[in-house]
Design a protein around this ligand. Structure first.
Ligand SMILES: *Cc1c(COP(=O)(O)O)cnc(C)c1O
Length: 394
C-alpha cells in the first residue's frame, strides 16, 4: 500500500506542505505529479485462484481506484480519520452516514440550523423509514444531555450553522452523546479540515461537500464522509451495500483543488473578514453574522476550537423585507446570484429561515448570505455599497 506509507510521510509537516503532497506518490506512476485518472468498471485478475479469493488490491471500479484512493488518502491525512468514502454530491455525504447508523425505531437529534436539504431528507426518507427525527437548539451545548434517550443513535451537528453561523459547542455535545452511546456526525463543510478537525474534538464522522472550497471552481459536485476507527467498518459496509461511488474525473478535480486550497482559503478568509468589519460600520446594516467578528455571540467558542474562518457569512439588513432584499441582490454586478459557494467568485443569496423550528432568531431585516470570492476586496465593497443604497431606496 504505497499510499498508506505516503500518507505517514508528511504527518508532521505544515498543513500547506501536506496539501501539496498528500494522497499519491508520483514515483508510483512514472514520476508524473498527478495520479492517473482511472476509468474503470472491470478489473482483471491474473488467474482463477486470485479471482476466487479476490486477493488483489483492486477488484471492481465501485470499490475504489488509484484516483479515488489518492483523494481519500489525502482526506484521511487532513481529517485524521481511519477511512473516507466519496459520494457523488455533498448531500449524499450527509444521507449515507445517516442511513448507515439509523434503523427503524431509532431517535436522531439534528441541529435546527442544519443545511436545509439535510432536514428535507430527515423529514421525508428517515421519517418514512420509522426513524424519529427531533431538532435541537444549535446552542444546546452540554444541555443536549437532557434530550438524549436510550434509543438516540445519532447526534447530527453542523457548525457554524447554515446561513446564521451559530457556533456549536462540539466537544460538549460529543461528550454528552457518547455518554449515551450515540454516534456524533458533523457537517464540516464551512471550515474545511484546515480550519476545524472534527475527529480531534470528539466527532465520529466528518462530512464535507467537496463541491465547495476543495473543488473551488463551481464546476464539480462531490462529497466525502470520513470516520474514526469506531465507525469506519459500518460506514464502509453500508457504502458498498448501496453501490455508492464517485466519478474518476470529479475525484481528480477535487484532489487538484486541494493542492491550492490553503492559499485560496487565506484570501477568502482575509477578504471576508475585511468586508464583514467594513459592513458593520455601514448604514442600512443591523449586524453581521460572522464567527470571527468580536461582536458575534459565538466568537469565543469559534476562537477556542477553530483555526480560521472561510469566506461565507451573512449580513442582516436594518429593516425591510423581500422587496429590500431583492433590490439589494438586483443592484449587485460582481456578486452572482446563485446557490452553493466555495468557488473563486463572489455570490449572494437572500436566506430563507422559515424551516427553523427551535433556533430561529429574531432578525431586524432580511438576512443576506455572502460568499466572498478572491476578487479584489475594494471592488466587492463598492458592489455591496451600491446594493445597500438600492435596498435603502426600495
Ligand atoms: C452545499 C452543502 C452541502 C451539499 O453539497 P452538494 O454537493 O451541493 O450536494 C451539504 N452541506 C453543506 C453545509 C453545504 O453547504
Amino acid at each position: 500500500m504505497a499510499n498508506d506509507i505516503f500518507k505517514d510521510k508528511f504527518r508532521d509537516a505544515g498543513v500547506d506542505t501536506r496539501l501539496a503532497h498528500v494522497g499519491n506518490d508520483p514515483r508510483a506512476f512514472h514520476g508524473f505529479i498527478h495520479p492517473p485518472v482511472v476509468h474503470a468498471s472491470t478489473v482483471l485478475f491474473p488467474d482463477a485462484a486470485t479471482m476466487a479469493t479476490r486477493n488483489q488490491k483492486y477488484q471492481y471500479g465501485t470499490h475504489g481506484t488509484p484516483t479515488t484512493d489518492a483523494l481519500t488518502t489525502a482526506l484521511d491525512a487532513l481529517e485524521g480519520s481511519a477511512g473516507t468514502v466519496l459520494t457523488p454530491s455533498g448531500l449524499v455525504a450527509v444521507t449515507l452516514p445517516l442511513l448507515a447508523f439509523l434503523s427503524s425505531g431509532d431517535h436522531v437529534l439534528i441541529t435546527d440550523s442544519v443545511y436545509h436539504p439535510t432536514r428535507r431528507f430527515a423529514d421525508t426518507v428517515l421519517s418514512r423509514m420509522g426513524v424519529e427525527v427531533e431538532y435541537y437548539d444549535p446552542l444546546a451545548g452540554a444541555g443536549i444531555a437532557g434530550l438524549m434517550r436510550p434509543d438516540t443513535k445519532v447526534v447530527f451537528t453542523e457548525s457554524p450553522a447554515s446561513n446564521t453561523f451559530e457556533i456549536q459547542d462540539i466537544p460538549a455535545i460529543a461528550r454528552a452523546a457518547h455518554a449515551r452511546g450515540a454516534v456524533v456526525m458533523m457537517d464540516n463543510t464551512w471550515a474545511t479540515p484546515l480550519y476545524f478537525r472534527p475527529l480531534d474534538h470528539g466527532v465520529d464522522i466528518s462530512i464535507h461537500a467537496l463541491t465547495k472550497y476543495p473543488a473551488g471552481h463551481s464546476d464539480v459536485l462531490l462529497g466525502s464522509v470520513s470516520a474514526n476507527e469506531r465507525c469506519w467498518e459500518q460506514l464502509a459496509a453500508t457504502n458498498q451495500a448501496l453501490g455508492n461511488c464517485a466519478a474518476p474525473d470529479d475525484s481528480y478535480q477535487v484532489l487538484r483543488g486541494l493542492r491550492t486550497m490553503g492559499v485560496r482559503l487565506e484570501r477568502h478568509q482575509r477578504s471576508a473578514l475585511e468586508i464583514a468589519r467594513w459592513l458593520e460600520g455601514q448604514a442600512g446594516v443591523a449586524r453581521v453574522l460572522h464567527p470571527a467578528l468580536e461582536s458575534f455571540p459565538g466568537h469565543a467558542l469559534w476562537k477556542r476550537d477553530f483555526a480560521g474562518a472561510s469566506g461565507i457569512f451573512s449580513v442582516v439588513l436594518a429593516g425591510g423585507g423581500r422587496e429590500q432584499a431583492h433590490a439589494f441582490l438586483d443592484a449587485l454586478s460582481i456578486f452572482g446570484l446563485g446557490y452553493s459557494w466555495g468557488g473563486y467568485e463572489s455570490l449572494a443569496v437572500h436566506v430563507n429561515l422559515e424551516d427553523r423550528t427551535v433556533g430561529a432568531g429574531a432578525y431586524e431585516g432580511p438576512v443576506m448570505r455572502l460568499q466572498i470570492g478572491i476578487e479584489d476586496a475594494a471592488d466587492l465593497k463598492a458592489d455591496l455599497e451600491a446594493a445597500l443604497a438600492a435596498a435603502a431606496r426600495a
